[in-house]
Design a binder for this molecule. Structure first.
Ligand SMILES: Cc1cc2nc3c(=O)[nH]c(=O)nc-3n(C[C@H](O)[C@H](O)[C@H](O)COP(=O)(O)OP(=O)(O)OC[C@H]3O[C@@H](n4cnc5c(N)ncnc54)[C@H](O)[C@@H]3O)c2cc1C
Length: 468
């Protein structure tokens, strides 16, 4: 069997103890945080270096064995769910922040570093790394690079791709490549770093990355804004940006989402409030005061019922508590929950929310929506109790994606395509574009062993029949 030969070769090169097959471990590496049906891998290999990753891929390439790179397993689209007979590459032993260059404003990191640990390490040096997924205490840098992760601060600071300058990456046949650069500027050759970021482990395995840092903002201020309706929320967001202020985040909770967290919102929700905005500003202390004042006034002029301001960390945490608890509050509120991550141009958010209301009514389900309104990236949730409703939910999901594309948006803002969104890829991308990407994959991964069954509809159908 190919897998036995591959594991034997890996064991010989990486040393005994690298290949793990105990039942609990295999079960814990069978799923991510999505609804994709778990599939146990044949083995988990805990790698320690680029050369070990290269050895695993050489053996897998030779014997035709699928390999799935895995970070923290917090993905929402099945990106790290193995296909049958796969080897999972795990990076807990490659979790060092290798170097922080204070003067160069860069850090060299291994893929197993937990994002929250990177934040703490660079902040201790007075520096700042922008991407801030809400899963930051459990996701890893390799997974963030695999998904081009974003987060609340993406509005001002951009997603992971904007922060990765270069990387060591291993292709499907075990070739080790140095991509990109270690400097903040540089345009030599094709930008393959950007291509690998967001490729969901299908082109290459990232074994080290050089990321950009910036000086930490001197001060941060948070506003919690309660508005009487979604129209006022839209006007308030437009007003804040119109003031020439670029908040680092603008988060929105629609009426249904606000209702679900009302009890645990951390602060009393005023009676007339039907939606909530959480706005965060950062910058130099002196100018932040003025920005805060102008932003607060713009919110009230747009019809806000109440504006609360937090200036220190404890108050800020209190204001964020409702937003952070939201995903769990939604899960508690229904027997079944699916969550989609879509993006529309900011000005089309009201149209998208109106479409969601129609879809919810037609399917007789609840569809609370929240997310990063500042960059048009919303998490649309589908909540229902009766399992027989699933066909209506599936129809509503397809209609949502059709609406998103029609409104000039895109199927995913941060979670990726993975397994779950692959059936919808043709709604947004032409067959020629999908075929071109498949050809690019075959150059990086000639035998198709790197994270198969992800992104491409035909490939997903082959490996995950039920999902498409
Ligand atoms: C509560 C919660 C909140 C979340 N909030 C956010 C959010 O704010 N923003 C956001 O973007 N996402 C969010 N997510 C989704 C998820 O956390 C992100 O997609 C994250 O980037 C995944 O990282 P991970 O380490 O868990 O990766 P995994 O789930 O393990 O893997 C994700 C993908 O990356 C690939 N990969 C992993 N390691 C490597 C590597 N070394 N080389 C190449 N490819 C690799 C995998 O093959 C897979 O395709 C959230 C998830 C949860 C559960």
């Amino acid at each position: 069997m190919g897998i036995d030969q591959a594991l034997l070769a890996i064991d010989r090169t990486c040393g005994s103890g690298s290949v793990l097959t105990d039942a609990d471990l295999l079960a814990s590496h069978a799923h991510d945080e999505s609804e994709v049906a778990p599939q146990q891998p044949a083995a988990v290999v805990r790698v320690r270096s680029t050369s070990e990753v290269s050895a695993v891929l050489r053996a897998a390439h030779e014997h035709g064995v699928p390999v799935v790179p895995r970070g923290g397993g917090t993905g929402r689209v099945g990106g790290a769910v193995p296909v049958q007979g796969a080897i999972v590459l795990a990076f807990e032993r490659m979790a060092d922040v290798v170097h922080i260059g204070r003067e160069d404003l860069t850090a060299m990191v291994e893929p197993g570093v937990v994002l929250g640990d990177l934040h703490r390490a660079v902040e201790a040096e007075g520096l700042f790394y922008g991407p801030d997924t809400n899963s930051l205490d459990s996701c890893r840098l390799g997974g963030n690079i695999g998904t081009n992760a974003g987060g609340p601060r993406t509005l001002k600071y951009g997603p992971t791709r904007d922060w990765v300058l270069g990387m060591t990456a291993v292709t499907g046949d075990g070739t080790v490549l140095e991509l990109g650069k270690r400097t903040s500027k540089g345009v030599t050759g094709y930008d393959l770093t950007s291509l690998v970021v967001g490729s969901e482990g299908t082109l290459a395995v990232v074994t080290r990355a050089t990321v950009k840092l910036v000086p930490a903002p001197e001060a941060v201020a948070t506003l919690l804004v309660f508005v009487p309706d979604l129209g006022s929320a839209g006007r308030a967001v437009g007003a804040a940006l119109g003031e020439g202020i670029l908040p680092r985040c603008v988060e929105l909770l629609d009426p249904l989402a606000l209702e679900l967290v009302r009890a645990g919102a951390g602060v009393p929700v005023p009676d007339g409030a039907r939606a909530m905005l959480l706005i965060e500003l950062d910058g130099v202390e002196r100018s932040l005061e003025t920005q805060l004042e102008r932003c607060g006034e713009a919110m009230l002029a747009a019809g806000a019922v109440e504006v609360l301001v937090a200036k220190d960390g404890t108050e800020r945490e209190r204001l964020w508590s409702a937003r952070r608890d939201l995903s769990h509050a939604l899960r508690r509120s229904a027997r079944h929950k699916l969550s989609e991550d879509v993006v529309v141009p900011r000005t089309r958010i009201p149209d998208l929310l109106a479409r969601c209301a129609t879809l919810a009514e037609r399917a007789a389900i609840r569809m609370p929506t929240y997310g990063h309104a500042g960059d048009g990236n919303l998490h649309v949730n589908f909540l229902w109790d009766d399992p027989a409703k699933r066909p209506q939910v599936d129809a509503a999901i397809r209609s949502l994606f059709e609406a998103v594309v029609e409104l000039g948006g895109t199927l995913t803002g941060e979670h990726g395509i993975g397994v779950l969104k692959a059936p919808y890829l043709p709604l947004e991308q032409a067959p020629e574009l999908i075929a071109l990407q498949e050809r690019i994959k075959s150059l990086f991964d000639p035998r198709g062993i790197l994270n198969p069954g992800k992104i491409f509809p035909a490939d997903v159908r082959r490996h995950f029949h039920g999902a498409c």
